[in-house]
Design a protein around this ligand. Structure first.
Ligand code: G6P
Length: 368
């Protein structure tokens, strides 16, 4: 594996652009194409059918991948999920059922809090499953089962390709769990696989919006505060968008569930605060539209990241629309990771920040 920037200015840019390839590689590790179903690389030492709930823990971007996965496990596998950041999970003294399952997610496999949460779960008699990018890591060694992401080495401090690969593995796992629990039909599974295999191509298409995003990034770079909104799986994507922006551009950004807008953040809306709305055309799209109308009515400047269908139908008054390809809404988070990352990246580059080595941050936080 060559570790250089290739033709890119930064590792982060290279890693963003690698995503169609590494997500494709990860998918081919988890999908039996001939039969249109998920096939995990190894049998798991527990059965999803007997679980009464799933506990997920992680830090940073990996935690947001877990938050997205919660929607998938609950809707596709009807499996209740509890999720917490590892720095809290390790000290909460949460009662965990013997023979239950804890899932940890980590790019490096070395994050101190995530490792401590894993050990806590083991001490409670839980099975442990990890989604990691470094298969030789401590977390991989100490888990009862390992699901690797095949993102290759990630050098940029802010996680990008590891995140989209984590989402890919987690969606495959939720499909597997849905089948094991008898709640996901073979037809639905096949439809989801059909959607999943289009993802690398859709990500490549999303990457072609880069010039538009660069223009937008100039606007965003003038802001002191930025608000990200989304519903459903786009809510954790809003959190991830805000995290990426603050990590590398140092602009204050907050992610919010769009429905919570009226419980606080609407007080901040004026023309100086860009509002980035992540809204694929999904089951909750109409609800997000009414939130956008509330923002527009208060002079807010909306940047919509959505598909053409959604935006055109409502004649929304936006500062800009980043048009994503039409897709099956279940896979939207994986594809929408691209514009979210690019917006943060170009904003930071435009501001002259060191995107690969942001101040005060470490790639892997191995001490508490
Ligand atoms: C640091 C990195 C983040 C990463 C987080 C968790 O904060 O800067 O990009 O998401 O750690 O790391 P892990 O290796 O456990 O995924």
């Amino acid at each position: 594996y060559r570790i250089d920037k290739g033709n890119h200015r930064h590792f982060m840019a290279k890693e963003i652009h690698e995503q169609p390839e590494v997500v494709g590689r990860t998918l081919s590790h988890y999908v039996d194409l001939a039969n249109g179903r998920v096939a995990l690389p190894e049998p798991l030492p527990f059965d999803f059918a007997t679980l009464s709930r799933l506990s997920i823990t992680a830090c940073g971007t990996a935690y947001y991948a877990g938050l997205v996965a919660r929607y998938w496990f609950e809707s596709l596998a009807r499996l209740p999920v509890e999720i917490d950041v590892a720095s809290e999970a390790r000290y909460r003294e949460a009662p965990l059922e013997r023979d239950g399952l804890t899932l940890v997610i980590s790019q490096s496999g070395e994050t101190a809090d995530t490792l401590a949460s894993l050990r806590y779960a083991k001490a409670q008699g839980q099975h442990t499953l990890c989604v990691v990018n470094v298969p030789t890591s401590t977390i991989a060694r100490e888990s009862s089962a390992v699901l690797p992401t095949l993102a290759g080495p990630e050098i940029g401090v802010a996680s990008t390709k590891a995140f989209s690969c984590q989402l890919t593995v987690l969606l495959c796992l939720a499909i597997h769990a849905g089948r094991a629990r008898g709640v996901l039909s073979a037809e639905r599974e096949r439809a989801l696989i059909d959607a999943l295999i289009t993802v690398p191509g859709l990500m490549a298409e999303a990457l072609t919006r880069e010039a538009e995003i660069e223009v937008l990034a100039r606007e965003v770079s003038k802001a002191r505060d930025v608000l990200y909104l989304g519903r459903g799986t786009s809510y954790p994507m809003a959190l991830e968008g805000a995290l990426k922006l603050k990590e590398i551009s140092y602009i204050h950004a907050e992610g919010y569930a769009a429905g919570e807008l009226k419980h606080g953040p609407i007080a901040l809306i004026d023309e100086s605060v860009p509002v980035i709305v992540i809204a694929p055309h999904d089951a909750v799209f109409e609800k997000t539209v009414s939130n956008m109308q509330e923002v527009a009515a208060r002079g807010g400047r909306i940047v919509l990241i959505g598909d053409a269908k959604g935006a055109a139908e409502h004649g929304l008054d936006t500062l800009a629309t980043v048009t994503m390809p039409a897709l099956d809404a279940t896979v939207a988070p994986i594809v929408y990771a691209v514009p979210i990352q690019q917006l943060a990246y170009h904003t930071a580059v435009f501001m002259g920040k060191d995107v690969d080595q942001p101040r005060n941050l470490a790639k892997s936080v191995t001490v508490e």
